[in-house]
Ligand binder design. Structure first.
Ligand code: C2E
Ligand code: CA
Ligand code: CA
Ligand code: CA
Length: 278
């Protein structure tokens, strides 16, 4: 048992967990959900080219025995074991609670609160109803909640995807494609789905200044987004130079360490306050 605990500490996202590590992690994660302990949603602010906060992405944190287990490590374990249903419910509930708690701060301001949705979670029969129910109970305004979906999810079982997206959009839910450019979405789907935003994957953003191929890809994604009348936001913006390139490419929304790391709710609220006072 002690051994299992220690192994959890040494995970980095690149590592593949062994079967016994995964089973151990699954058990610990189930315990965390049972006790509602150690799980938290952080908020990473998103900015316009005028340095105004225009949204936040919710990113889950799991603190286990004093250290954080990266979501890139435990989300796949949750997906494979089916725990993602409970974890997904936890995320939806806590995201809506956070949204409700920010109502005053966000009054008369354009803002979207983005939730990461994993494919198995989205495929649940009653996924849309779960979102409506939580939004209604927390009395969230239309247009606040944005769901981040991945390209893979969009192109498989398209009928189900479209019908869920349409009914969610009717209730004022927005959609973005996460990690855009790393999957295989065809232009046809992009055109026919009720999407709002493309999120340019960090892998292209990181090297735009040194890799002409990545720079071309970013420019192409931005112009495609404009053609389809979608918003476009770059993730993983770490330097002013990258931000300036993005502006020159007409990408005017940013998320990344240049602005802020993901923050606990109280720190995020404080950030909104200081912006308001500026
Ligand atoms: P993602 O959705 O692509 O999230 C962006 C990741 O990039 C986050 O890692 C974020 O902390 C990190 N990041 C933000 N700005 C920068 C930057 O400037 N430079 C660099 N190098 N990284 C930056 P994080 O929080 O470790 O999350 C990893 C992945 O785990 C997420 O990738 C997402 O796929 C998944 N995930 C996180 N929270 C949830 C959740 O609530 N539900 C689900 N289903 N998946 C989640
Ligand atoms: Ca995301
Ligand atoms: Ca992403
Ligand atoms: Ca990612």
């Amino acid at each position: 048992k002690d051994d299992g605990r220690n192994t959890l500490r040494f995970f980095v996202p690149e590592m593949q967990a062994s079967l016994s590590q995964r089973m151990d992690m699954e058990r610990q994660l189930r315990g965390a959900l049972d006790a509602d302990e150690g799980l938290e949603l952080y908020l990473q602010p998103q900015y316009t080219d005028e340095e105004a906060i225009c949204g936040a992405e919710l990113l889950i944190r799991w603190q286990y025995e004093g250290s954080f287990v990266p979501p890139d490590v435990f989300i796949p374990v949750a997906e494979d074991s089916g725990l993602i249903y409970r974890l997904g419910d936890w995320v939806i509930e806590n995201a809506c609670r956070i949204g409700a708690g920010l109502k005053d701060e966000l009054r008369d301001r354009e803002f979207s609160l983005a939730i990461n949705v994993s494919p198995r979670q989205f495929r649940q029969k009653n996924f849309s109803e779960k979102i409506f129910e939580a939004m209604e109970r927390h009395e969230l305004p239309r247009g606040l909640i944005e769901l981040e979906l991945t390209e893979g999810l969009l192109i498989e079982d398209v009928d189900d995807t479209v019908s869920k997206m349409l009914s969610l959009r009717e209730q004022g839910v927005r959609f973005s494609i996460d990690d855009f450019g790393t999957g295989y979405s065809s232009l046809r789907y992009l055109k026919s789905l009720p999407l709002d935003t493309l999120k340019v994957d960090q892998s292209f953003v990181r090297d735009v200044l040194t890799d002409p191929g990545d720079a071309s890809i970013v420019r192409a994604i931005v112009s495609m987004a404009r053609t389809l009348e979608l918003e476009v936001i770059a993730e993983g913006v770490e330097t002013k130079e990258v931000r300036d390139f993005l502006i020159s490419a007409n990408c005017l929304r940013f998320q990344g360490y240049l602005y802020s790391r993901p923050l606990p709710l109280d720190d995020f609220k404080a950030l909104l306050e200081t912006e308001r006072e500026r």
